[in-house]
Every structure is written in C-alpha cells, then in structure tokens.
Design a protein around this ligand. Structure first.
Ligand SMILES: Nc1ncnc2c1ncn2[C@@H]1O[C@H](COP(=O)(O)OP(=O)(O)OP(=O)(O)O)[C@@H](O)[C@H]1O
Ligand SMILES: O=P(O)(O)OC[C@@]1(O)O[C@H](CO)[C@@H](O)[C@@H]1O
Length: 303
C-alpha cells in the first residue's frame, strides 16, 4: 500500500474566465470548481483511480479542512487526517485564455503533538511506500520529512520545494522535482534535458535512489546512478497544468508498485499526466485506455 502525506493540504478553487482580468473591472463567471487537493492528496486520488491501493493522510483544520474531508469521503479513497487548530488552505487557480495564475496560501501552523500523531498513525498502517508531497506549513521543516522517512520500514518518495529538497539528509527511494525545484536544490541551471540529467545525478549522489524530474512540455527524466531515461510529453490539449506533476508521480509509483520496469513506469507517468492536464482543476480525469496511451510514449536512454 502507498500512503501519501500532505503536510499542507488545500481545497483547489479553480475559476475560468472568458477574458483576461483587468484591474478595476468586475468579471463574472459561472465556471468555478472546488477540488480536494494538495500534492500528496492528488497523488493518492490518482493512484486510487489507477487501481493501486492508496491511503491519504496529513493535517486538516477549520471549515476548509472539513469541506476537504467531506469531499474525500464521497470517494473510495481511504483517508484519515490529524486535526489541527488553524484553517486548511483555499488555493486559487485563475484561468483565462492562454493564461494560468495560481495563488497558494501559506497554511496553518502545525504543533509538534500533531506531527507525533501523524508519525504514529503512519506506523500503525505499515505502508510499503510513503510519499511526502507539497509545501511545508509553519511548524514543519525538512527534519520532519527525514523523521517520517526513518520512522518505519518503508520506501519514501518526496515531492517538495527545491529549498526543502536541498536540506533533506535521509535516504530516499525517489524524488520528483520540477525543473525549477531541481535547479533550486542543486544550485545548477536546469534549462534542457541534458542539464536536468546532470542536476538529477547530483541528487542521486546525495541519497536519492531515483530522481524523476518533470520538465513540463519537455516531458520528464528518470535518473539513477547508473542510467538516465528521457520521455517527451504527449502532444495534448492543455486545460491547465495544476496537478500535472502529481499525476506523473502517481503514474510512475503505480507502475513501480506493480513491479514494472523504469521505462514502463516513466511512460505510464507521462500518460497519466497527459490525461490530468486535459482537465481543469485537480479532478481525477478518465483513465480509461491509459495502457494504450502509455504505449504511445517514447522513452530513450541518455548519457
Ligand atoms: N503543456 C504540456 N503538454 C503536455 N504535457 C504536459 C504539459 N505540461 C506538463 N505536462 C506533463 O505533466 C508532467 C508534469 O508537468 P510539470 O513539470 O509542469 O509538473 P509540476 O511543475 O510538478 O506541476 P504541478 O506542481 O502543478 O503539479 C510533465 O512531465 C508532462 O508529462
Ligand atoms: O503550495 P504547494 O503545497 O506547493 O502546492 C499546492 C498545490 O498547488 O499543489 C497541487 C497541484 O500540484 C494543488 O492541489 C495545490 O493547490
């Protein structure tokens, strides 16, 4: 079973506009949606939809937390969160023709007792893999992620901001930075597939067994000490890219969980992310035919 930890969940509020916003003008729209989100929660939603046994946890509080929990309860995804005093985030995505704006709140402060409760409940579940994903709210630091990674006999995958990634000192099975996070974590420029592979190799030297770096429309690389693979993105219509990285990670982890090869896992990740960019917000898209879509992804070994 794959457990995902979202230290800083969010309800994703997506607003679609017919025209770009103009200062001082009132814009009206009936195209809005609310999704239960936060990176780890998205990974768990996509894994569940792909048929991989998943469980979502993290910290929730206030009316937004209650709403998020209610939305998850409408789904089949097993989830249990630690209650906190503050209010969970409402993150906004503003979509206008050819424009995408994202406003993310900082999130509520987390007390040490809540972190202890989270670690304890994770240990009780005995997952095979733990995924820690998303930004860290006040009170949670990179040391907390190292603690979670070391707290049980599980493999740990992380998708966190570049500064946090650069400060982790535990042993990790996988990390999933995007190109900005990869540059931030290593201090190296990442502006091509080649430079992403160089930076990813540096993270492998620092304790990450595999680095899956997402490169937006340029696809993704999957790098270990020994091998580097690159797969380009599929050419698809893009509604918005929110959740694309989570979809890539879910696709890769789901395939790895089934024992598939690194090539097949990367293809699967690219295919799942292509489906997610095709829908707005962080809703779960139809994943029917995902196998044959994966077969359309090309993957190449790189030096
Ligand atoms: N414009 C696009 N066209 C097709 N596929 C895309 C596009 N943008 C992203 N993707 C797919 O989604 C994957 C993840 O994208 P990206 O690198 O933007 O993730 P991210 O920055 O972590 O996203 P987020 O933080 O919003 O989840 C890419 O590897 C690619 O397969
Ligand atoms: O502020 P963070 O934690 O870095 O990112 C949070 C977030 O933008 O990431 C998800 C998409 O990947 C959304 O569901 C959510 O709003």
């Amino acid at each position: 079973m794959i457990a995902t930890v979202t230290p800083n969940p969010a309800v994703d509020y997506t607003v679609s506009l017919s025209e770009p916003p103009v200062s001082g003008e009132v814009l009206r729209t009936d195209r809005t949606r609310y999704d239960a989100g936060g990176k780890g929660i998205n990974v768990a939603k996509y894994l569940d939809a792909l048929g991989t046994e998943a469980f979502a946890t993290g910290f929730l509080g206030g009316f937004v937390g209650e709403y998020l929990e209610g939305r998850l309860a409408e789904t089949e995804l097993p989830a249990a969160f630690v209650d906190v005093d503050g209010t969970t985030r409402l993150n906004t995505t503003l979509l206008a023709p050819d424009e995408e704006y994202k406003i993310n709140q900082l999130g509520p402060a987390i007390e040490p007792a809540a972190i202890d409760a989270l670690v304890e409940s994770l240990s009780d579940r005995e997952p095979d893999t733990v995924v820690v994903a998303g930004s860290l709210p006040p009170g949670v630091d990179p040391g907390t992620i190292d603690r979670i990674a070391a707290a049980g006999d599980w493999a740990t995958a992380v998708d966190c901001t570049g500064d946090v990634l650069g400060e982790l000192s535990g042993q990790y099975a996988l990390c999933k930075p995007n190109h900005v996070e990869l540059a931030e974590a290593t201090g190296r420029p990442v502006d091509s597939v080649e430079s992403a592979i160089v930076a990813a190799r540096e993270l492998c030297d620092r304790g990450f067994d595999r680095v899956v770096a997402s490169l937006g429309p340029d696809g993704a690389v999957s790098v270990t000490d020994e091998r580097a693979l690159h797969a380009p993105a599929l050419d698809v219509e893009v509604a918005d890219t929110v959740g694309a990285g989570d979809a890539l990670l879910a696709g890769v982890l789901g395939a790895m969980d089934r024992g598939e090869s690194p090539e097949a896992a990367l293809k699967h990740g690219i295919a799942v992310s292509a489906r997610v960019v095709d829908v707005s917000g962080t809703r779960v898209p139809s994943l029917k035919g995902i196998r044959s879509l994966s077969d359309r992804v090309s993957v190449a070994a790189r030096d």
